[in-house]
Design a protein around this ligand. Structure first.
Ligand SMILES: [Zn+2]
Length: 436
């Protein structure tokens, strides 16, 4: 197994016992971190990298993303003006996802994963939707992640909104991925569902009957992003969206519950009872003007942090989340701890799903690191890292390591052409936009 030593780097390990190590040595064996400390480890190394005093963070985790929306940057706005959340979905996202074919989907995956890697995001928990190109889309996603060296959680959004045939093919695509990738180290399959309000009782029964044939599974679903979802569940005779999902036995310890803006105390209890996973996406919620997840729910549910397709940069999402929340609060009011969401809760979520240790630079964890060429203007210590992480590290990392290998070195993407990925994305975006 290849042995690599990283030396002369200042290591920030937020939410870990020793949160800062000056002049650290990180020894890597194969894909796994073997030791971390301030004295040089003995033994022979195949490669020794002197990082010249750069600052390292753990490779970050995006706990909810939509890589398929990568080509939406600058997309023409809908002809009809949108006045609420459901109309935004209908006029923007459901038109866009329906226009994706194999080539534009691949371009979205490549460009979106490149963005992630360049921002130091090394694990992406994705929620995919391309209703005109379903079969094989999750394998394409997994393969793109393998090629670029990311850890990828894959799911296809099952929904009734495109008819029964597409419902069936989407369900099958999730089941195929579950069979193909269960137990694989870098690809984690979940059962994607768009949202309760686009799935009938009959569809929920079908999903339940299909997934329970499998030993291990978990759903990945938008819940209560807008009041419209709760109203829909009530209209169908359930007291809430989560109560509806529970009634169909779809909640378990692997379930990813996304958003949950309008959930009730009894819903919080349901999530806790099942030990399910909860993910907050502040910049998307602000953008859609759907409200803000209460502090208490984030704390009680050990919430993770995702971007919901808004961006690939987790440090920016954390900072924006903090500021959006502050803008809603009175002076002196308690806020949420975005450091904990990003560097404590996200690693726990990803480690549970992937079945291996992800998201910290500690022995036994996968060697994923984001390394910044950062000269601080104030001292870095255990007690000052919050400021440096969210207000100091404004430039993207210069080096990114995943699975013990450099993927980006001195700002250069290795093994792939960034220029070609971007050029292809631009031409695919032009083609995609011509549909609206
Ligand atoms: Zn989402």
């Amino acid at each position: 197994m290849k042995k690599t030593l990283l030396k002369n780097l200042h290591l920030i390990n937020p939410c870990s016992e020793q949160a800062f190590i000056e002049n650290a040595f990180v020894a890597i064996s194969g894909e796994t971190i073997e030791s971390v400390g301030s004295s040089e480890p003995g033994g022979e190394f195949d490669a020794v990298h002197d990082l010249g005093g750069k600052v390292a963070l753990p490779g970050m985790i995006n706990a909810h993303h939509h890589l398929y929306s990568t080509l939406a940057v600058g997309m023409p706005l809908p002809k009809n003006t949108t006045s609420n959340f459901t109309e935004i979905l209908q006029e923007v996202w459901w038109k866009m996802d329906l226009a994706l074919d194999h080539d534009s989907t691949l371009a979205s995956f490549e460009a979106g994963m490149l963005d992630s890697l360049k921002a130091g995001t090394t694990t992406v928990i994705d929620h995919h939707c391309s209703p005109s190109y379903i079969q094989g889309s999750l394998s394409l996603l997994a393969e793109t992640g393998e090629t670029l060296g990311l850890n990828t959680s894959v799911a296809f959004e099952i929904t009734d909104r495109n008819g029964e045939e597409k419902f069936e093919v989407s369900l099958q695509e999730n089941l195929d991925a579950l069979k193909k990738y269960s137990g694989s180290p870098h690809v984690q399959p979940t059962i994607g569902m768009h949202a309760s309000f686009t799935l009938s009782d009959e569809s929920l029964t079908k999903i339940h009957d299909a997934v329970t044939q499998h030993e291990s599974w978990g759903i990945h679903i938008h819940v209560s992003e807008d009041m419209a979802d709760e109203k829909d569940a009530k209209g169908r005779g359930y007291s809430s969206v989560l109560e509806r999902l529970d009634r169909f036995d779809l909640l378990n310890e692997n379930a990813l519950i996304i958003h949950g803006l309008h959930i009730k105390e009894t819903d919080v209890e349901l999530i806790r009872k099942h030990n399910a996973l909860f993910v907050h996406n502040p910049s998307s919620n602000a953008n859609n003007r759907v409200g803000m997840t209460p502090n208490l729910n984030l704390n009680e549910l050990s919430s993770g942090l995702g971007t919901d397709g808004m961006q690939a940069n987790m440090l920016r999402e954390g900072k924006e989340g903090m500021l959006i929340r502050s803008s809603h609060l009175q002076g002196g009011a308690a806020s949420a701890d975005y450091m904990q969401l990003l560097f404590d809760n996200n690693p726990k979520i990803a480690s549970k799903l992937f079945g291996r240790k992800l998201g910290r630079v500690l022995p036994g964890y996968q060697a994923d690191l984001a390394i910044f060429d950062y000269s601080p203007r104030t001292p870095i210590s255990e007690t000052t890292i919050f400021g440096h992480v969210f207000f100091g590290l404004s430039e993207p990392p210069s080096d990114v390591i995943t699975r013990g290998e450099f993927r980006i070195k001195d700002r250069q993407l290795l093994n792939h052409s960034e220029k070609e990925i971007k050029a292809n994305a631009v031409s695919q975006a032009k083609k995609l936009w011509s549909h609206f």
